[in-house]
Design a protein. Sequence first.
Length: 188
Amino acid sequence: MKGVVFNLLEETVHRAHGPDVWDALIESAGVSGAYTSLGSYPDSEVEALIAAAMQALALDRNEVLRWFGQSAVPVLAERYPAFFDGPASAREFTAGVNTIIHAEVRKLYPGAICPHFRLSDREDGRLVMDYLSIRRMCALAQGLVEGAAAWYGEVVEIDHVACTQRGDPHCSFLIRWSPAPDRELAFA
């Protein structure tokens, strides 16, 4: 896994819990903690960090990954604003992951192995998003979609209808976005 993912994880932990918690996770996970964005590191190191976070926070793996995805979006927006400037909505942002974001990631970080998303629109307005990856981090993908919705001020409903963790050949989500309710109207 590319070091940029570790850097994002470190930054999200720092922002939410402080640098001491990151240091404790590094120690508990038994990993070096020295990650350069261009470096490549074994997937086992991120899994060890996830396991340490699971223990520290009393959460399961998917909850940790989902939190990471949600929390990473503001960091991504600061570091890579061009990814967020073009799309006008979370749906447009999600639709550009393969062709824009992952294409750019591969340019910036040679050797990056990105997940692939198969996207298709349904007649009922929902987006079908198939997550294809050997890493089995579908909860991270879900968290990123949720984080993007929050970034664009939208509400998202996600149904995780198929999952490799349940024996399905790939993970599949049904996603529907809507604008966030106007807070002023809620008090009228």
